[in-house]
Ligand binder design. Sequence first.
Ligand code: FAD
Length: 303
Amino acid sequence: MNLLSQIKEIRSKISGKILFDENLSKYSWFNLGGPARVIFKPKNLNELSIFLKNIKGFSNIKVLGAGSNTLIRDGGFNGIIIKFEKSFSHISLFDKNTIIVGSSTLDKSLSNFALENSISGFEFLSCIPGTIGGGIRMNSGCYGEDISKILLSVQAMDLDGRIKVIYASDINFSYRSCNLDDNLIFISATLKGIKNNKEKIKKKMNSLIERKKKDQPSRIKTCGSTFKNPENNKAWKLIKDSGCAGMKFGDAHISEKHCNFFVNNGKAKSSDLENLIHQVKKEVFNKTGINLELELQIIGEKT
Ligand SMILES: Cc1cc2nc3c(=O)[nH]c(=O)nc-3n(C[C@H](O)[C@H](O)[C@H](O)COP(=O)(O)OP(=O)(O)OC[C@H]3O[C@@H](n4cnc5c(N)ncnc54)[C@H](O)[C@@H]3O)c2cc1C
C-alpha cells in the first residue's frame, strides 16, 4: 500500500486533521512555501503514536512550531508536516519553580506564566516569537540567555511512536543548536527557574522587550536572524561591512534596521530569499574569509 492510501486508512481511526496538498505559506513567518504532501494535526499523543506506527518506515517527516525560523521552499514539502494544535500548548506548575509545558506553547506564554508564578529565568522568552519545541531544537535565546539554561528534560516521541524522556544533562547544547536526533518529535518539556520577586521579573522582561524593539525590526515578514553569529563576531556587522546592506533579490530584501534580518517585502518567492542568502554569504566570504553559517532552517523542494 502506498503512503497516501495508508494515511487515508488511518483517517477513520483518528479525529485530528489530515490535510493533503495544503499550501504551507501560512505556516511560516516569511509567508512563503508551496504545498505539503500531507499535514497532520494530532489531537493527542495516542493519535500521534497511531499515525506514526501506521506509516512506519516513512521518515520524511518535519514538525513545524510557529514557523518563525523556517523558510519553506516554493516547491513545497514532499513529505509529512506535523503541526501541533492547542492540546499541545498546556502549561502547569510542577513545584514552586518547575514548569511542565507542551511543545506548541508559545515562548511568550511560558514567560508570562513564569512571571505570574514569580519564577525568574524565563524573561528572555518574552522576546522570541516561537514555540518551546522550536526553541529546544534551536537552543533559542537572546541577551546571554538560552533554553539550555532552564531546561531539565524533554519528552519526545520517536518515529516508531514510542515516548522517551531525555534529560538536559544528556544533551549537548551549543549556540543555536543541539545534538538531539532530527527524527525526534518533542511533545513536552520540563523547565526550572529561580523564585524571585514579581516586580523584578516584570522589570527585566520589560527592559529586554524594549531592547529588542530598539535593535530589531517588527511587523515584517521575516524569520529573525538569517545567519549565526561567528565566534567573537556579529553576522549583521560582517554583512554591513561587506557592502551588502540594501542588497535585494526580487522582493526579498535585507532589513534596513538589522542587516541579518532578511525580509519578504510582499511578493518574494522562497527562491529569491535563497538567492539573497547565497549572494550575501559569497560577498562576506570574499571580503572577510568568514563562512557564515545559516541559523535559518530551510525545508522543502526547489521548483
Ligand atoms: C522577529 C523575530 C525575532 C527573533 N528573535 C530571536 C531571538 O532573539 N533569539 C532566537 O534564538 N531566535 C529568534 N528568532 C527565531 C525563532 O523565533 C526561534 O528560532 C524560535 O525558537 C523558533 O521556534 P518555532 O516554533 O517558530 O520553530 P520553527 O521555525 O517552526 O522550527 C524550527 C526548527 O525546530 C523544529 N521543531 C519545531 N517544533 C518542534 C517539535 N515540537 N519537535 C521537534 N522539532 C521541532 C523544526 O522542525 C525546525 O527544524 C526570531 C524570529 C523572528 C521572526
